[in-house]
Design a protein around this ligand. Structure first.
Ligand SMILES: Cc1ncc(COP(=O)(O)O)c(C=O)c1O
Length: 295
């Protein structure tokens, strides 16, 4: 068993201060814990630089705004905090987790005056390097839960509460021996996996579901740009699950997942191929700090 996350060594940026990792605690009567009033980000540093940090930290502020709270730091302040923490820890390849939540000043559904707390944790998480291993592809189940109608949940926010159905779905998939689950949306269209967006390939054309009720990932947008740079046609559209029968390649993408080929989704089979491999390579090159690329 590895060291539990609350007992690792390091520093955490906590409401503007750098505190010892083990001292970064909250009280049990915290609104964010009881009522899900919490938003977060997942970012990755490569070669000591955080990829698309500005976009991630802008999204953090926007996620809070959607939940009705104002994060008491500007994007620039969040960027500097992330950079300084990364430098103090001395990590090159790492995962960056900013989080904001309503505090413990009062308990109840309404918590208008509760303080908005912000913390940033960074831990080492090397990128998944072995392309051959990766090219085998992962197996996904199809989740029972669906991504909700945007009229029933703040789907544009990276809100912790939206991950409740993701954890249930991923656990159910793992219990059946799958790596993850593909979630459909409330209309029965393909949405995304529990923590990553999905792409498909057919006859040299790339297809991805319209992100109208789930996160339009920063990696997803990067992949679309990289695919277009290579001259591929990318169709962003509603995709029915039965269409998976005709797709030859499929892959997930996200900050944590990077580009992960898929071998199976329920009864549908795919063979990770040339386009997936090109995008894995292009993405790995894209995330490298520009100062390293120039060397
Ligand atoms: C549910 C979900 N969808 C998509 C993504 C991919 O988003 P991004 O590429 O911005 O990391 C993530 C990861 O953050 C996620 O948790």
């Amino acid at each position: 068993m590895s060291v539990p996350f609350d007992q690792m060594d390091g520093l955490i940026w906590f409401n503007g201060e750098f505190v010892d990792w083990k001292d970064a605690k909250v009280h049990v009567l915290t609104h964010g814990l009881h009522y899900g009033s919490s938003v977060f980000e997942g970012e990755r540093a490569y070669g000591g630089e955080i990829f698309k940090m500005q976009e991630h930290n802008e999204r953090l502020i926007e996620s809070g705004r959607i939940l009705g709270f104002t994060i008491p730091y500007s994007v620039e302040e969040l960027n500097s905090a992330c950079n300084e923490l990364l430098a103090r820890l001395g990590y090159k390849d790492a995962y960056v987790r900013p989080i904001a939540w309503r505090g413990s000043e009062s308990m109840g559904i309404a918590a208008q005056k509760n303080k908005i707390n912000v913390a940033i944790a960074i831990w080492q998480w090397p990128s998944y390097f072995d392309p051959e291993q990766r090219m085998k592809g992962i197996r996904l189940d199809i989740a029972e839960y669906c991504r909700p109608d945007p009229r029933t949940a703040p789907s544009k926010s990276k809100a912790a509460g939206l991950y409740m159905i993701c954890t249930i779905s991923k656990h159910a998939a793992e219990a059946k021996g799958y790596a993850d689950a593909l979630m459909l949306d409330w209309r029965g269209q393909i949405a995304e996996a529990t923590g990553a967006n999905v792409f498909f390939v057919k006859d040299g054309v790339i297809h991805s579901p319209t992100p109208d009720c789930f996160l339009d990932g920063i990696t997803r947008r990067t992949i679309i740009e990289l695919a277009k740079r290579r001259g591929y046609e990318v169709q962003v559209r509603a995709i029915r699950p039965e269409e998976m029968e005709g797709f030859s390649e499929a892959f997930l993408c996200g900050t944590a997942a990077e580009v992960t080929p898929i071998a199976e989704v329920g009864p549908y089979k795919f063979t990770p191929g040339e386009i997936t491999r090109q995008l894995i390579d292009d993405y790995s090159a894209e995330v490298q700090p520009k100062r390293l690329a120039a060397e």
